[in-house]
Design a protein around this ligand. Structure first.
Ligand code: ADP
Length: 270
C-alpha cells in the first residue's frame, strides 16, 4: 500500500551488535492527518460567521453614543472578543496550512533587511513611546524563502517582544551572519523567561502566564507558527533568556538557503 508509513529505528549495542526495529505507524499518521484536516476545515468554516458578526458589531459600535451605557459597554466587549476569536481562527488556519501544504512554490531570493524594516514600522506603531525598536543589518546575502511566511515569523517574534518585554525596553531586529549561515534575531532587554519554560514555548497554546498572554491579545500559537515556518526553510529556532535579563530569539538559516546577490549581478566571465 503506497499510503503505508513505516518507522525504522536502529539501536547500537556496544561495538558489534545492532537492533533494527520497524513499526507500522500508518494508523497514527492517518489520525494526525485527520486532526489537521479537521482543524483546517473548522477554522475555515468559522471565518465567515465571525466576519458577519464583526460587521454588525462595528455598526453597533458606531451608534455607541445613542445606546444606554450598559449596552454600549457590552457591544465593546463583544467587539474585542470577536477580534480575539478572529485572530485565533486566522492563526489556526495559518498553522494548519503550514502543516498540510508542502510549501516551496513561492520561494524567491528575499531582502530580509526590507522585511525587518517594514516589521519595525508596524511594531513601533504598537509600542508607541513605551519602547524603542531598532533594525541592525550585518548580513548582505538574500534568503531563499517565502516572503509572507518569513514576515509572519518575524512579526510574531517582534510583537511578542513588545507585548512581554515591558515598558522602557529596547528591541533589536537583526540580520547577521551565524556560522556559514545567517540568523534573524529578535532581542529585547525586558523581563525575560525562566529557562524551565523554554523547551515548551513552541508547543501550541503553551504560555508562561496565560492571563497576561490573553490580555495582550495572544493566541498561544505564535511560536508554534514560527517553528513551522522555520522547519519549511531548513532553519531552526534558538531561544536564550533569563528572568530580568531580556530574551533573544534566533532563527538560524543554513548557507544552502542564502544567495550572494553581488556575485549574481557580476557579468559572466569571458
Ligand atoms: P502568545 O500568543 O501567548 O504570545 P506565543 O507562542 O507567541 O503565544 O508565546 C508563548 C509564550 O512565550 C508567551 O505566552 C510568553 O509567555 C512567552 N514569550 C514569548 N516572547 C517573549 C518575550 N520576548 N519575552 C518574554 N516572554 C515571551
Amino acid at each position: 500500500d503506497e499510503r503505508q508509513v513505516l518507522q525504522f529505528q536502529l539501536t547500537l549495542y556496544g561495538d558489534d551488535e545492532r537492533l533494527l526495529m520497524a513499526r507500522d505507524i500508518t494508523r497514527l499518521h492517518r489520525l494526525e492527518e485527520m486532526r489537521r484536516d479537521f482543524v483546517a476545515n473548522v477554522s475555515h468554516e468559522l471565518r465567515t460567521p465571525l466576519t458577519v458578526l464583526a460587521g454588525y458589531l462595528e455598526t453597533f459600535g458606531d451608534l455607541a453614543d445613542t445606546l444606554p451605557a450598559r449596552l454600549a459597554k457590552g457591544v465593546s466587549q463583544m467587539q474585542s472578543q470577536t477580534t480575539r476569536m478572529q485572530n485565533l481562527v486566522d492563526d489556526l488556519l495559518l498553522l494548519s496550512r503550514l502543516e498540510i501544504d508542502r510549501g516551496g512554490h513561492d520561494h524567491g531570493p528575499l531582502d530580509v533587511a526590507a522585511v525587518l524594516e517594514s516589521v519595525r514600522r508596524d511594531v513601533q506603531a504598537l509600542a508607541g513611546e513605551r519602547q524603542t525598536v531598532e533594525v541592525v543589518i550585518d548580513e548582505s546575502r538574500r534568503l531563499i524563502g517565502s516572503e509572507s511566511e518569513v514576515r509572519s515569523a518575524i512579526s510574531n517574534l517582534a510583537f511578542n517582544a513588545v507585548r512581554y518585554a515591558g515598558d522602557g525596553c529596547h528591541i533589536v531586529l537583526r540580520w547577521m551572519p551565524c556560522g556559514d549561515g545567517a540568523c534573524v534575531a529578535v532581542e529585547d532587554d525586558g523581563e525575560g523567561i525562566d529557562p524551565v519554560h523554554i523547551p515548551r514555548l513552541t508547543e501550541r497554546f503553551y504560555r508562561v502566564d496565560k492571563g497576561r498572554s490573553t490580555a495582550t491579545g495572544g493566541t498561544g500559537l505564535g511560536l508554534a507558527i514560527v517553528k513551522h515556518v522555520l522547519l519549511r526553510h531548513d532553519a531552526h529556532l534558538e531561544i536564550d533568556s533569563h528572568p530580568g535579563q531580556g530574551a533573544r530569539f534566533r532563527c538560524h538559516f543554513p548557507s544552502s538557503r542564502l544567495r550572494d546577490e553581488a556575485a549574481k549581478a557580476k557579468p559572466p566571465a569571458t
